[in-house]
Design a protein around this ligand. Sequence first.
Ligand code: 5GP
Length: 190
Amino acid sequence: MKGRLFIIAGCSGVGKGTLLKLFLEKNPEIKLSISATTRKPRNGEKDGVNYFFISKEEFINSAENNEFLEWAEFSGNYYGTKKSFVEKTLNKGIDLILEIEVKGAAQVKEKLPDAITIFIMPPSVETLEKRLRGRHTEDEQTIQKRLNEAKREIEAGKKFDYQIVNDNLEEALNNLQKIFDAGVNKNAER
Ligand code: 5GP
């Protein structure tokens, strides 16, 4: 029995990092895919843990060699999911989460229609802006860019299989758990 593939997207600052961290602590059998990116590491981020931080040349090379299941440009950087990693994990029967943006999510859903797509919605664009500023990790220009991307992403997120509003963290966590548990019968057959 193959593992299940989940795609989680949500705009920058929606709190999906915190949500996912808590969810994975409660569900250690589920794996989170590590993407490759050309973005520079933020303070505290580690290569091979948060991302594989690679150069633009390396990224383009991998894309040309068809090594990505999906890839996209986001806010001036490239992000991509390695095909081999996804295949290996699912073939081992392990459930896998891809935490990616909406264009990549659409590419995966088209190739693998069984993938379950979940979009994390902010309570409002105003809340999102507040959170993004409060993080103090991006400059003003980057914040503006990410806010514009966020509005576009929220529209795309309406087409996902599930939407979770991240207003109250505990509630959002429960809703996420319900979506994963809904497939529990499938798991039981393994
Ligand atoms: P950040 O720079 O904040 O870590 O990520 C920016 C955006 O890129 C987020 O929406 C994140 O979900 C997305 N992202 C991370 N890895 C991938 C990936 O492998 N593919 C795609 N398409 N998006 C990704």
